[in-house]
Design a protein. Structure first.
Length: 150
């Protein structure tokens, strides 16, 4: 049975470029970090065109005062098709968590799991919502750079 260690973590920017690739991402998808960094995440995972990470969570259905600040991005969960390095297609569950802006750059954490091997995925969304605060992944040119703590 799988556990939380079986979850891949990927850091992408607003342009959908991979900035960090965890060892578990390599395990699940077969690509080592050096082959993924600074490439579009869409080369590995078919994401929805524009997952709704900007909608309102206060029940206003996006209706707000024109002068008000735009709503804070919110996490999005769903299922995606990923391409393993060996050519297989994998159906994975994903949670996309927007992070605070880094200057002019938007950042997102993607958590990917195989729902067939992780029965807790559908049952523990509240646990997953707290994961970005404790996650670490590798960045850097060859995937061996310093750990990025979120």
């Amino acid at each position: 049975m799988a556990d939380m260690a079986d979850m891949a973590t990927v850091l992408v920017d607003g342009a959908k470029l991979v900035l960090g690739w965890s060892p578990q991402a390599e395990h699940i998808l077969g690509y080592p970090a050096p082959e993924t960094l600074n490439r579009p995440i869409t080369a590995f995972v078919e994401l929805p065109d524009d997952p709704d990470t900007t909608g309102s969570v206060d029940g206003t259905d996006g209706m707000r005062d024109r002068d008000a600040e735009p709503p804070a991005p919110r996490p999005w969960s769903g299922h995606v098709t990923a391409r393993h390095r060996d050519g297989r297609h994998l159906e994975l569950a994903v949670r996309i968590c927007p992070l605070a802006h880094a200057g002019d750059r938007s950042l997102f954490l993607l958590f990917l799991v195989d729902p067939r091997s992780t029965p807790w995925w559908g049952l523990s969304q509240s646990v997953l919502e707290r994961i970005p605060h404790a996650s670490a992944l590798r960045g850097g040119r060859a995937g061996h750079g310093p750990a990025v703590r979120i």
